[in-house]
Write a protein that binds this ligand. Structure first.
Ligand code: ADP
Length: 467
């Protein structure tokens, strides 16, 4: 049981990051310290060897001029001058017998027997270990012209003392490095994970309250985590807008359903009250049918829109000559235009082929034409145009209606949105949403441009070939 919090700690990213940061920092610092120590040790050894070799050359020169006596004199004068007498000197006969030996008193515990027993090799380094401590006597040899050998050496005592001091310093440095590594690792992990913790807090706040109002604070560093925070906030913004849109749609649907349903109930209630002639019942039933058809139409259109928007609308694509399709749509509305004395003009070539869903495109163009006729005043003009660009077909529907205000323009594509001035006209506020969804399902797009009192233009852009 007591291990659980420790286990949890071990699984946290913060702990692992701290561990990684600290390990990398400590290991690289240690590698540097060890390297520095080895460089130091090897350069000290090299310096010692150079000293021994130069002393060997000096004694060799003296031997050449004055024999063993000259070396002896030199050593004596060195002692007399107070120079530290710390060089081992041995002169060996060709048979490796000791002819002369100068060994400082403090090195008396070196066993010199191996020197006499082995064969003499010029320039090789001989290492003699002291009997009771770690000191080593390093000796090298030079052959003399008369066949004898001269050996000069020195102990590693001074070097070891110096290295000992450095080992102490390096140990303290290592300790400091470990402490710094752990503290630095912790600090970096905390800093690096701060945005993640903010993200957790934000998500938790949303999960707890069910409201998407919470946002992540965005820093100024513009690094990846800042980018994540910004994208996360953008995503929340979009979800918020979608939920608000859905709520509004639901409210609007409920509101728009209430009117026909209340009327339906009213008609049915009236018919049920008292005995009336058969004709009254017929009329009531016809009214009920009309209202329920209206509700059904609204439901179907709503479902069509969401199918088209979610990409589940089944399109039956076939090669179509657009002018023929447009002619048929116009035929359906010719009567309405004549009734309102609206002049219907067309401007399109006789041949313009593309692959579309014939029924769906007719439905979309019908809605645009219906709106143009509906919102144009009697005696106005409505024009339908179609033209071709490379890879694209453009259909325009112009009217001479009241136009759409700049504030309304972005909203007209929303489901169930109806302009204030349009409420006197029949409609459910779903026509343009369906147009947009159908054209979107064909990988095209629609635009509306308008100036108040100057009519509106709706432009449909369709690709000639669907991807
Ligand atoms: P409905 O026409 O049923 O109200 P739509 O979705 O077809 O719904 O249109 C949404 C709104 O856009 C309309 O209520 C109207 O305010 C505006 N609108 C659409 N077409 C036109 C047009 N040709 N001229 C002026 N306003 C228009």
């Amino acid at each position: 049981m007591s291990l659980r919090p420790l286990d949890r700690l071990r699984k946290t990213i913060g702990f692992r990051l701290t561990l990684w940061y600290s390990a990398i920092f400590i290991l690289s610092a240690l590698a540097m310290v060890i390297l520095a120590y080895f460089f130091l040790a090897s350069s000290l050894r090299q310096k010692d060897h150079e000293m021994i070799l130069s002393r060997l050359q000096e004694y060799q020169a003296q031997y050449r001029t004055g024999g063993i006596r000259a070396i002896r004199q030199e050593l004596a004068s060195e002692k007399y001058a107070g120079k530290p007498n710390y060089f081992f000197v041995r002169l060996a006969s060709p048979a490796n017998g000791t002819l002369f030996l100068n060994i400082p008193d403090q090195w008396a515990d070196f066993d010199l027997k191996p020197l006499e027993s082995g064969a003499i090799q010029e320039k090789a380094w001989i290492h003699l270990r002291a009997k009771d401590d770690e000191n080593v006597l390093e000796i090298t040899t030079a052959k003399l012209p008369d066949g004898s050998s001269l050996q000069v050496g020195k102990t590693t005592e001074n070097r070891e003392d110096l290295l000992e001091t450095f080992r102490g310093v390096f140990a303290s440095v290592t300790l400091i490095v470990i402490v710094l590594g752990v503290i630095g690792g912790q600090f970096l992990a905390v800093r690096a994970l701060r945005p993640i913790r903010q993200l957790i807090l934000t998500v938790r706040a949303i999960a707890d309250t069910g409201k998407i109002a919470a946002r992540m604070p965005v820093g100024q560093t513009r690094d990846e985590l800042d980018e994540l925070a910004r994208l996360f906030n953008q995503m929340l913004e979009k979800i918020d807008a979608l939920i608000t849109g859905m709520k509004e749609t639901l409210d609007n649907v409920a509101h728009d359903l209430r009117t026909p349903m209340t009327r339906l109930r009213g008609v049915a209630e009236m018919a049920l009250q008292g005995e009336g002639p058969m004709e009254t019942y017929r009329e009531a039933l016809a009214d009920c049918l009309e209202e329920s058809e209206r509700v059904l139409r609204m439901m179907n259109t709503l479902m069509d829109i969401s199918e088209a928007e979610t990409g589940t609308m089944q399109l039956t694509l076939e090669p179509v000559n657009l002018p023929d399709l447009m002619d048929k749509v116009i035929d359906l509305y010719r009567y309405v235009a004549e009734e309102k004395h609206i002049t219907l003009k067309t401007a399109y070539p006789r041949e313009l082929h593309l692959a579309v869903d014939r029924d769906r495109l007719s439905q979309a163009l019908g809605n645009l034409l219906d709106n143009a006729l509906k919102y144009s005043p009697p005696g106005g003009n409505v024009e339908l145009e179609a033209s071709e660009r490379p890879g694209q077909v453009i259909i325009l529907v112009r009217d001479s209606g009241p136009g759409i205000s700049p504030e309304d323009l972005p909203k007209i594509w929303d489901r169930l949105y109806r302009g204030d001035k349009s409420r006197s006209q029949r409609g459910m506020g779903l026509g343009l949403s369906l147009v947009k969804a159908i054209i979107g399902a064909h990988q095209g797009y629609v635009e509306a441009s308008s100036l108040p009192d100057a009519g509106s233009v709706f432009a449909v852009y369709l690709p000639k070939q669907l991807q």
